[in-house]
Design a protein around this ligand. Structure first.
Ligand code: NAD
Length: 428
């Protein structure tokens, strides 16, 4: 799965979405619909794309089902105020509702609203997600949702609160909104394939970020796009940033998170930041089921992004599903990939008053990425129980956290990591 901004623009052009100079967007039908007041936190490439797709989704639903939804963009936040203002301007958001600085999320949440889309650097997501749910917002959150086990647990807890408050949570693990994956999940659920008995999942590609040591001097140096991706503290490493998509499918299709992980990894070519550039791990899902997890950001090597599984059996010829696949009732415009469809699904569920909460799924998939990562960093096998469930079993694993954490950015004295200071297995 690749970022398909170009696909979106094509689809948007087809559906006639105009994203410029509008404050009320998406309203083309006469239905007695609702206005959703939407804010964005993290106004970079994906944040801007998600906002466009949210607006496009309203138009899709209005045109197909006459839902009469309108989207009003009410506030934009980014670490850098000019970035927030740049996006705000495109949607008619006044400059005094566009916020910068480490506390931008607090100011965004003070503006009355219904939904928050978030695509900031991942270290901030548990804090911002929890604050958004506490403030009563429906949330679309990009993945990964955390960079350490504590962050994953915080998102799971905030997700439970969202359920109690009848708030929707949709995550940027967009494969869960693609009909092909949903059909496969339905075949597994209805027993056509038996159980998953093994497999491999991977995100192997070339280098995508600059490779010059940064010597960060201020927190802003860490937050800038193209920089934050290179730091374990900010992105959780590329295994969290990218491979989480494939690990999410493994959890979904096997039907549970793994029992343990053992892994290798290293920094073969990277000079910037402190993260690794390759990982290879064995995920033990229990009951004899093992999945090989791999990811790499090194050029000139074998590239493969995907998931393949071995099942107990093949689907019988002519097998027909008894139940419709997930989201079968929601319009699926031709050419819409998961990136766009997740917003159509979200708005449909919101407008119909249906429950949709992906917090636990995405937090667990993020936690699996962290489990493989920390197994590689330390050279130790790590169990799900010690990392996620039992604070007493191995407190070092359960509480492992690197600084700066999100809250540090709002203090005077924010600790800064050093280039090249990467974990060395066997020494921790
Ligand atoms: N689902 C997908 O396939 C997909 C595709 C691309 C990106 N993403 C995810 O979206 C997220 C953003 O990626 P991107 O490519 O847009 O990166 P980006 O660097 O273009 O954007 C991130 C933005 O967040 C801002 N930011 C940093 N710290 C912040 C803070 N404390 N508060 C508010 N804003 C802050 C940055 O200034 C930047 O504008 C990543 O987690 C990435 O994994 C997901």
């Amino acid at each position: 799965m690749t970022v398909s901004r170009r696909d979106f623009m094509r689809a948007a052009a087809r559906t006639g979405v105009a994203a410029a100079s509008l404050t009320i967007l998406g309203s083309t039908a006469k239905g007695a619909g609702k206005t959703y007041r939407v804010a964005l936190i993290g106004s970079g490439g994906r944040g801007g794309g998600a906002l466009e797709q949210h607006v496009a989704a309203a138009k899709v639903l209005n045109d197909a089902l006459n839902l009469g939804i309108t989207i009003q963009v009410v506030a934009v936040g980014d670490f850098f105020k000019d970035r927030a203002e740049g996006t705000g301007k495109r949607y008619g958001v006044p400059a005094d509702k566009c916020f910068g600085g480490a506390d931008n999320y607090k100011k965004v949440l003070e503006v009355p609203g219904d939904t928050v889309l978030m695509a900031q650097a991942p270290v901030f997501r548990p804090l911002h997600f929890e604050a958004a749910i506490q403030a009563g917002r429906n949330v679309f959150t990009e993945k990964p949702v955390a960079v350490d086990p504590a962050g994953c647990r915080r998102v799971i807890e905030a997700g439970k609160l969202a359920k109690q408050k009848n708030l929707l949570v949709v995550a940027g693990t967009q494969r869960r909104h693609e009909p092909g994956y949903n059909r496969q999940a339905a075949l597994i659920k209805e027993g056509a394939l038996g159980k998953v008995i093994g497999g491999r999942v991977a995100w192997n590609m070339g280098k995508i970020f600059h490779n010059n040591p940064m010597n960060p001097k201020t927190p802003a140096d860490l937050c800038r796009g193209g920089n934050w991706q290179l730091w374990i503290e900010m992105s959780g490493d590329h295994i969290c940033e990218q491979h989480v998509h494939n690990l999410d499918i493994a959890n979904w299709f096997v039907g549970r998170p793994p029992v343990s992980a053992a892994a290798f990894g290293g920094r073969a070519r990277r000079k910037a930041g402190n993260m690794y550039d390759f990982f290879s791990g064995d995920l033990d899902y229990g009951q004899g089921v093992h999945i090989h997890s791999m990811c790499r950001q090194v050029g000139g090597c074998w590239d493969w992004v995907g998931e393949s599984f071995v099942y107990e059996k093949q689907a019988p010829a002519g097998f027909e599903l008894k139940e419709p696949i997930a989201y079968a009732d929601v319009p699926h415009p031709r050419g819409f990939g998961g990136h766009q469809q997740e917003h159509v699904d979200m708005l449909y569920f919101l407008a119909k008053g249906l429950e949709l909460n992906e917090a636990q799924n995405v937090a667990e998939s993020t936690a699996v990425a962290i489990m493989v990562r920390d197994a590689a960093y330390t050279g130790k096998m790590i169990t799900w129980e010690e990392m996620m469930l039992d604070p007493k079993k191995n407190p070092e694993v359960y509480n492992r956290q690197r600084r700066p954490v999100a809250e540090d950015f709002e203090k005077e004295d924010c600790p800064l990591p050093k280039d090249g200071d990467a974990p060395i297995p066997g020494t921790a």
